[in-house]
Design a protein around this ligand. Structure first.
Ligand code: SF4
Length: 454
């Protein structure tokens, strides 16, 4: 019998992307052939997102597109949008099977049942995620990226930021057992990965659910203990951290990280606004001063680390003064990268019901302003690396301005490119770490890199 063919499409965050890879590998082990999305398939899995109303709409559109492409195949809706809107999706003729959060592991069995004509009802497909007690232990043995692999260590969030639906779609904090994380890291190292990215929905909360006495103190101690162990895994030479909550970056946290050779000096501290009043309405539990202290600790513990952030413009009630305050804070702090989001409403959140929603053209203007500022700050940080020694983990060959290069990233995530001679095959250097110096700017985003000895 020919193998059944399965295609996947992912929407949303890095955690979703990791879960999509885990599901692909599950179906592969169950005997399916994985084909690119868009090709004829017996099964199309859409891992949906529900972070904003727009994400909901995109998830619906993608499910309909999948049905149009493969009318006879099964279209499976998985993830956050299923969790948020199972009843609506149950009535949607484009969707054959619903799988909510924490039930992804059952995908192969649920598909087998579907092929024999059984379709679970929406209430069976979606569990009460707020009561889900444990981390859903999926695992990934390799990723599409060649040298860098993500490891999901945590799910859920207890913070309830006023604009965010995640605590309702992904439930409370559930952490993966350290031994399971370490097993996956060792397997990835054995498969040749040199760099891992430790990720979660609210990484700073890792391990809070392991505490015997329930304490809500966000101090990162279990995360630090996990990182100490990960740093000892032979073969893993770089550990990058996913988005961190600024409150956990104390002096002790930063100094302990700095003592671990594998930790990359590249930190994403999610800010959202540099104005204290806006942060209060966002229910973010820190002030710009707290945030600045965290950044300072990192800058004292590491040599010129790359600090990146997220910022939302046009949050309800953000006046021109509040925006200017936020902007001034961003400029003063200085970032390597700044991801700018226009506030986007999400039904069911407190921010959606707030007065003084900011008009779209104002959001657009503020966003353009910050994107331009972010671009200038990126250039400034990158240019500081010219002439400095660094190490690049070599990834893939690319042609830039008509010339062939092998590209890679430094520990600070500065992109560098080593020129390839005519006929030289970059593949033999892929996955290797080269020491050298950034020598000149090729484009705004890439610096030329001269390996030592070349
Ligand atoms: S920290 Fe806030 S924004 Fe992040 S997942 Fe939790 S509630 Fe959402």
């Amino acid at each position: 019998m020919p193998k059944r063919r399965a295609a996947f499409h992912n929407l949303g965050c890095k955690v979703n992307a990791w879960e999509t890879e885990a599901m692909e590998q599950m179906l592969e082990s169950a005997g399916y052939e994985i084909v690119p999305f868009g090709e004829p398939a017996d099964v199309t899995v859409i891992n949906t997102c529900s972070v904003t109303n727009i994400a909901d709409r995109k998830s619906r559109q993608m499910l309909h597109r999948a049905k149009k492409m493969n009318p006879a195949g099964a279209v499976v809706a998985v993830g956050c949008y299923v969790q948020a809107a199972a009843e609506t999706l149950e009535r949607d003729a484009a969707v054959d099977l619903l799988i909510g959060n924490d039930r992804r592991r059952e995908l192969p069995e649920l598909l087998e049942e579907w092929f024999t004509g059984k379709k679970p009802a929406a209430e069976e497909a979606v569990i009460d995620i707020g009561r889900s007690p444990e981390f859903e232990n999926l695992s990934v043995t390799g990723t599409k990226e060649h040298s860098r692999a993500f490891i999901k260590v945590q799910d859920g969030c207890n913070q309830f930021c006023s604009y965010c639906i995640i605590p309702y779609t992904r439930g409370r904090v559930r952490s993966r057992k350290p031994e399971d994380v370490l097993r996956e890291a060792r397997a990835l190292a054995d498969a040749g990965y040199r760099e891992i990215v430790v990720t979660g929905i609210h990484l700073a909360s890792y391990g809070m659910d392991f505490r015997e006495k329930k304490s809500a103190e966000l101090d990162g101690r279990e995360l630090l203990a996990l990182l100490v162990e990960l740093d000892r895994v032979p073969g893993i030479e770089r550990i990058r951290l996913g988005s961190l909550e600024p409150r956990i970056v104390t002096r002790e946290f930063a100094q302990t990280l700095a003592a671990l050779p594998g930790i990359c000096p590249h930190f994403h501290l999610s800010l959202q606004s540099g104005c204290a009043e806006t942060l209060r309405r966002m229910n973010r539990h820190y002030t710009p001063e707290d945030y600045a202290r965290g950044v300072l600790e990192l800058r004292e513990a590491f040599h010129d680390p790359a600090v990146t952030t997220d910022v939302i413009v046009g949050f309800p009630g953000e006046t021109s003064r509040e925006f200017q305050e936020s902007r001034a804070f961003l400029e003063k702090t200085g970032f390597y990268e700044m991801h700018v989001f226009r506030y986007s409403r999400r039904r069911g959140t407190r921010a959606d019901a707030m007065e003084n929603q900011v008009p779209e053209p104002v959001k657009e203007e503020r966003s353009q302003d910050l994107i331009a500022l972010g671009h200038r700050m990126s250039l400034h940080y990158r240019e500081k690396w010219l002439g400095r020694p660094a190490e690049l983990l070599m990834e893939q060959e690319e042609t830039i301005g008509g010339r062939r290069y092998l590209c890679g990233y430094s520990r600070e995530y500065v992109r560098g490119a080593v020129p390839l001679a005519d006929g030289e095959d970059g593949k033999k250097m892929q996955g290797k770490i080269l020491a050298g110096t950034f020598s000149r700017k090729i484009t705004d985003d890439v610096l030329q890199f001269a390996p030592v000895g070349n």
